[in-house]
Design a protein around this ligand. Structure first.
Ligand code: IVH
Length: 679
């Protein structure tokens, strides 16, 4: 490759990146697109092609890095530049005024300085670290000081700028809220419901769940968005922001290309803030993002340090003014019980229809039987029903004064409503289970779950088809799916030649799904997508899982005792082992296709890398992970090895202090080859 053509490639790549960044900014921040989708795709593809031809020209802010990052085995812990604080709440105008009175006792001028009123976005807090204007890291809030590195997932959110515009501080964290749009949330839940997967209670849980997916490709499928509202500089740089007011910071963030919620207002006094909140409350169902109140912030930034922080967590300079929950009363007509796919009996309330915040509510969750007993809910009761940003309304409490005295005390069922088997009540859980593995209630949801989008992803196998397959006797468990023929399917109502072939093809294609999905699809209690990914990447093959015991599962970082126990119990059951054997015989893939060595020699070991080595840090991390080890950022008592190269930093000192084994690259390679010596 001649130097000239590399230089050309670099120049062209930079030009393409700039055009793509501009297009993103115009689309997401200015809401005024200048490029068509086709043009965007064309530029994107050109950049991708250039970068594949010259991998050395890829920069960390390349838009091509938004997609396709490899799944992680776990998230690294990272320290924020300064803590992410939380907010005190006010629930009434009086409480808001009391906040101002308290502040005025600390800083007299606070009343004259005015406020900014912002929407309180109901999402997950994140902090985005920009160095030289380039996004280098993004983290969840965690405990406020230490969060989890979810950079790859945040990169998939197209409106998060990978490179800031204009002149910006050299090292800065932009804080804000990742949220799911209301429309995106509804669609996601509809998809999940159709696939028999549990729906998310609210957009906040859905956003937080999506951020913590180990596979960024799964995050990319979730409709996540971002609003920024704070900035924190690195104290070590000595730089300061030149703004005087919070509203100026918001304007600057938008100039830098950060999406800022334009619905905010500079308010003269608290009465203005209350007016803003009333309007927000009135309009809340017309917005495409969830809010649970407004945030009032003291405008003059110079007063913030003077006002200070209470208990290291809550600043005095801001407060959340929360909306009241939406309540209504209704009559509890009956308590019904569903059987979930893992056999859990789930009680729910059937209510006299009642309109709450514009939505007709007919059913509400009752959580579990213990909750019903604690609230002493009785059929026939007048009850208080709440919808608080949640899709699924909740029965808050009965209104005992309205009882006639004839309402019977509720007794939970002793037998499964679907199959009649006597229920089980594990001593350490509130849940009540149907233990019958072939319970039709469990089978139905088990089948729907198996075919779900995040499981084996068999398109065309939803609730209706699952019911037909079970009713017709064509399918008695999930392994039977792989023997179905188009002719058999055509005997079912609503299936024609094409739809039957399509379903058979979709089932056949699902054979290739990775072990992580299969493991999740089997519906083992406590094994969700996250645990399934961690387990599959650690054990790599189903055989390895079948050979391992409870202790081996629980020893995996990120897998708790409960999950380990449940998985061991599931895999220990001959019926389940038989099912897995039949799936394998039907050609279903039983391995995780991670780039991985033959043997998991480093399972359970934790490494910290410091200094420069012959191989890149990325390759070293991948070497360790391929062999089942994990790499963390800082040395602690649970670190097993520190791999030190040239000019190691303070991590080496720390390792010596703690008496942790220090090895070099050659020793690491040896260790990966043979595993640690057994003493
Ligand atoms: S200010 C004091 N502004 O609410 C620093 N927070 O309950 C807090 N939130 O963790 C940040 N919208 O993630 C601020 N406009 C807004 C907000 C907001 C949502 C979240 C934030 C924080 C939580 C506190």
């Amino acid at each position: 490759m001649s130097t000239a053509s590399i230089t050309d490639a670099m120049q062209r790549a930079e030009e393409l990146r700039r055009m793509l960044h501009d297009a993103n900014y115009e689309y997401y921040v200015l809401d005024a697109p200048t490029l068509s989708d086709e043009e965007y795709d064309r530029l994107f593809r050109e950049l991708k092609a250039l970068e594949s031809a010259h991998p050395e020209i890829v920069t960390p802010d390349s838009p091509t890095l938004r997609v396709g990052a490899e799944p992680a085995t776990q998230f690294e812990k990272v320290s924020h530049l300064s803590p992410l604080l939380s907010l005190d709440n006010a629930f009434s105008p009086d409480e808001l005024r009391a906040w101002e009175d308290r502040n005025a006792r600390v800083v007299r001028e606070v009343r004259e300085g005015g406020y900014v009123a912002e929407m309180k976005i109901d999402g997950a807090a994140v902090s985005l670290l920009y160095e030289g204007g380039v996004l280098v890291r993004g983290a969840t809030r965690g405990n406020g000081r230490i969060g989890e590195d979810v950079t790859q997932n945040l990169r998939t959110i197209r409106e998060i700028p990978l490179r800031l515009r204009g002149k910006v501080p050299s090292r800065m964290e932009i804080r804000g809220e990742v949220y799911m749009s209301q429309s995106g949330f509804r669609e996601l839940n509809e998809r999940r419901a159709a696939a028999g997967e549990p729906v998310y209670a609210n957009p906040r849980n859905a956003a937080a769940g999506a951020l913590r997916q180990l596979d960024p490709r799964l995050t990319a499928e979730r409709p996540l968005r971002f609003f920024g509202f704070q900035a924190a500089l690195d104290p070590d740089t000595g730089e300061r922001l030149a703004f005087e007011r919070q509203s100026e910071l918001l304007a600057a963030l938008a100039d830098w290309g950060v999406p800022v919620n334009q619905r905010h207002r500079a308010c003269k006094d608290l009465e203005d803030v209350i007016g803003f909140a009333d309007e927000a409350y009135r309009d809340r169902f017309d917005l495409d993002y969830g809010i649970d109140g407004v945030v009032a912030k003291v405008e003059p930034l110079r007063l913030w340090p003077e006002l200070g922080i209470i208990g290291e967590r809550e600043p005095r300079w801001a407060i959340a003014y929360k909306f009241p929950p939406d309540l209504a009363t209704s009559t509890l007509l009956s308590i019904e019980v569903n059987v979930g796919r893992t056999g859990t009996l789930n009680p729910y309330a059937v209510l006299e229809p009642v309109v709450i915040s514009g939505v007709t509510v007919r059913q509400a969750t009752l959580h579990n039987f213990e909750d019903i007993a604690r609230k002493d809910l009785r059929v026939g009761d007048r009850v208080l029903v709440k919808r608080a940003g949640e899709v699924i309304p909740q029965v808050v409490a009965p209104i005992p004064e309205r009882r006639t005295g004839k309402e019977p005390v509720y007794r939970p069922p002793d037998s499964c409503p679907a199959c009649g088997t006597a229920v089980e009540r594990p001593a350490d859980e509130v849940a009540v289970y149907c233990p019958n593995g072939s319970c039709p209630g469990r089978l139905f949801w088990g089948l729907v779950h198996f075919a779900g989008r995040e499981a084996m992803d068999i398109r065309g196998l939803g609730e209706r088809t699952a019911q037909q397959l079970l009713d017709s006797g064509l399918v008695r468990d999930v392994a039977d799916l792989y023997g179905l023929t188009a002719e058999q399917l055509q005997t079912l109502e609503g299936f024609a030649a094409l739809s039957a072939t399509n379903l058979v093809d979709a089932i056949a294609a699902s054979r290739a799904q990775p072990l992580s999905r299969l493991l999740f699809a089997l519906g083992v209690r406590h094994v969700g997508t996250h645990a399934a990914q961690v387990l599959a990447r650690t054990f790599v093959t189903m055989d390895a899982l079948l050979d391992a015991g409870e202790d081996a599962f629980a020893a995996v970082h990120g897998i708790g005792e409960t999950t380990g126990h449940a998985l061991a119990a599931y895999l220990g059951e001959p019926k389940n082992r038989d099912l897995i054997a039949r799936l394998a015989a039907a050609g279903v893939n039983m391995t995780e296709p991670v780039e991985r060595a033959d043997r998991v020699t480093l399972a359970g070991l934790s490494f910290v890398i410091t200094g420069t080595h012959g191989m890149s840090r990325k390759d070293m991390t991948s070497l360790i992970e391929r062999h089942g080890g994990r790499v963390t950022g800082s040395v602690s008592g649970s670190t097993d090895y520190v791999v030190a190269g040239e000019s190691p930093g303070s991590k080496l000192d720390r390792a010596r202090e703690l008496g942790i084994a220090v090895i070099d690259e050659a020793a690491l390679r040896q260790l990966a080859e043979t595993g640690p010596a057994v003493e």
